[in-house]
Design a protein around this ligand. Sequence first.
Ligand code: GLN
Length: 539
Amino acid sequence: MTKYVFVTGGVVSSLGKGVASASLGASLKARGLNVNLIKLDPYINVDPGTMSPIQHGEVFVTHDGAETDLDLGHYERFVGRRMQRANNFTTGQIYESVLRKERRGDYLGNTVQVIPHVTDEIKLFMRAAVEPDDDVTIVEIGGTVGDIESLPFLEAARQMRLEEEEGNVCFVHVTLLPYVSVAGEYKTKPTQHSVRDLRQIGIAPDILLCRCQKTLSADNLRKIAMFGNVAENNVFAAPDVDNIYTLPLLYAETGVDSAVGKTLRLHNMQSPDLSAWQEFANRDTAASDKVRIAMVGKYMELPDSYKSLTEALNHAGVHTGRRTHIGYVDAEQLSDDNAASVLSDYDAVLIPGGFGLRGIDGKIAAARYARESKTPFLGICIGMQMAVIDCARHCAGLENAHSTEMMPETPHPVIALLTEWKDRVGNRKEAASDLGGTMRLGGEVCLLRERLASIYGADKVEERHRHRYEFNNIYREQLQEAGMIISGENADGLVEAVEIPAHPWYVGVQFHPEFTSSPLTGHPLFVSFIDAAHAHSKR
Ligand code: GLN
């Protein structure tokens, strides 16, 4: 039987509730517990798959093919557990399910209402995500206390406290202490108000995590405890940190994990083994040489759009003893004319995933520059597709080669939906499988050869996908003759990776390796990429 920790947020959004939940998960795991995590998102979209990453940040893809909130990425990175579709649900999904039941007649005779029907559905979804041997399930409730949107989730959490046995539910409220510099002090009032808001809906928090710039005085903590009606040693300062992966260490040091353990009466907690996190922190402090990576994309307004990717580069940097500096280069501002002047300041070029026409020419120009200047290049998903287009146009002489996503009428659809592949006389080739026209999502086996196999140290890996378009196998030979080889394929013969053997380090992958990078081990592809960038910087 699992115990539950509900994590709520007060005062403002963007407090780092996801990182706090994940860090708490890591510190409880270090004490020998099985930790599960769930994220509840109050918006009405069924999932974030159709949302622009500029709105809520990256869409994180789970191994089982769900498009989820980016916080699930933090959960996987901190707790090392594969999240699944059930670990993230939205108001949209809850209503979809309730309405389906209503149409089916499941509530026949009853008026369907937020309480109890919607809140029952929320509890059902939550309990469905729990595995039998989970000791603790951390449930992060998205949004800020006081929002209309998240009320049904909070109400469901309140009911859980009543339904569960005494000591099985703990409420952690993450709040903000603003520092008013003219007064020279932290202000506790917004926290007092947000705790009052919570209590008004029947939830008395057990633990307060007070986000602050540096540290809080004993006086501050005492005052917050008194006004919040929380035990004094359950109020914690949660200062900003340079490296989020030091948080499991900080939580253990300040006793956040033991406070949760005490509230939940977790008698099976061992003394914490945080050696792996300590080692990561030591490596991070020791990292010296800087490598500069140009990330050529188009969702630059919000760095969270590329969250897993920036984390994966950071992990690889720490594992190779280097500081990665990421320069965001707006693809829309890039062309063949200025690519060299913009990109020559960097040690490597990276094109992350993306959709649609905007910024495409700049991405092709970036791939071309990296190829011609022998700068290390990693193309991910659309980045691989743009590398193929550059090579088709400029090495294989296929004029106006393109992806049918951006140019449906291209004479050379080197990237296309499976159903669009045509042989030379124009007959439509039958799709190798029925993936055409739908998004390919989630983990799949990829068979590796050439340099990629030695980078991974394996000839078979599992990586995650999120795309509709594919390398068009009709052009396979022409591209190979032009110098681009295929080094990864799935079991159906779909191309998953390309390389240019005549180039020092030029790799395109159709999958997203960033989703499987772990801070504690780093990801082989990114580690090799950072090594290549470092070697390039020393040339
Ligand atoms: N837009 C491309 C496709 O759907 C690439 C998607 C991506 O980069 N994630 O195939």
